[in-house]
Ligand binder design. Structure first.
Ligand SMILES: Nc1ncnc2c1ncn2[C@@H]1O[C@H](COP(=O)(O)OP(=O)(O)OP(=O)(O)O)[C@@H](O)[C@H]1O
Length: 270
């Protein structure tokens, strides 16, 4: 019997993503900035991890390193055990600004990546229609982004990213441009889609409740240079079979405890 088949036996799953003693220095006319210091942590396949920390602590830099747009000054950034050498379709992005092209319809926006990559367009079109419809945008495939609400635009942006079939999603403050009410429901909805599709997700956010509600683990960074301060495993035993990300999770007793602990850690500059 393999370890995977043994009930109750701890399984050692190789990490999907790993930062190994990563340092990143920026060099500019203003001088040198040590943005990330001795960063080591890993993310399991299918796991949802949130990263929080004060402004300028290197959160977005970690995503840029994972996207292959930047390389560490020292240490290693690994995906599936291999060093990241450059951008790859395996990694998808979702940003604060949805960057949809206003002159293309929602469907055409979703087909842009496959067009650029020279993928089979008939298959991509069928996939895009299926994905966008399952995100509640079936009636809007031929609408332009300007005709959609903020929440719908973010769902369209996720659809466009998913059309490239990434297995890792990097989410950089994707909900922060939305009004509070929309933000809550879209965050929950998108978190659920990402889980359902088994993607590995890394979310950068300033919003501690959002970080807790969506993630399996929350990584807290210290102020610049960004160092790993703590990692919190998020579970809600008092809420029964509550799923992460749901509104019920936000009302669980553990939620307030996580919030208090993480908020205090972020305030405390040691
Ligand atoms: N291209 C760059 N050149 C020089 N310094 C940079 C550059 N990009 C970022 N930095 C600096 O590196 C540090 C980390 O930046 P980063 O954007 O990763 O932080 P962050 O935690 O995502 O910030 P925020 O929460 O405000 O978005 C900051 O001090 C920032 O000023």
């Amino acid at each position: 019997m393999s370890a995977e088949q043994m009930p109750g036996r701890h399984r050692e799953v190789p990490p999907k993503v790993e930062f190994r003693k990563v340092n990143l220095h920026y060099f500019s006319d203003e001088g040198e900035t040590h943005a990330v210091k001795d960063m080591s942590f890993s993310v399991r396949p299918g796991e949802f991890v949130s990263i929080v920390g004060q402004s300028g602590c290197g959160k977005s830099t970690l995503l840029s390193l994972l996207s292959g747009l930047m390389h560490p000054t020292s240490g290693q950034v690994l995906i599936d055990g291999k060093p990241v050498r450059g951008p790859s379709p395996q990694v998808g992005f979702m940003l604060q600004q949805d960057t949809l092209f206003e002159w293309r319809t929602i469907l055409e926006n979703a087909l842009l990546g496959p067009e650029i990559r020279g993928m089979d367009l008939a298959a991509a079109r069928a996939r895009a229609e299926r994905i966008l419809t399952s995100y509640g945008l079936g009636q809007f495939l031929h609408h332009k982004p300007g005709q959609l609400s903020g929440g719908m635009r973010q769902r369209a942006a996720l659809g466009r990213t998913m059309c490239m079939e990434p297995d890792i999603l990097l989410l950089d403050e994707p909900f922060s441009a939305l009004d509070f009410q929309t933000r809550l429901s879209i965050a929950e909805e998108i978190g659920e889609i990402i889980r359902r599709e088994g993607k590995t997700a890394i979310l950068v956010t300033h919003d501690i409740p959002e970080a807790i509600a969506l993630a399996d683990r929350v990584v807290v960074l210290s102020p610049r240079p960004g160092r790993l301060k703590s990692i919190h495993e998020i579970t809600f035993p008092s809420a029964g079979p509550t799923r992460p990300g749901s509104m019920a999770a936000r009302e669980a007793a553990e939620f307030r405890e996580y919030y208090h602990t993480i908020w205090t850690e972020m305030e405390n500059h040691d």
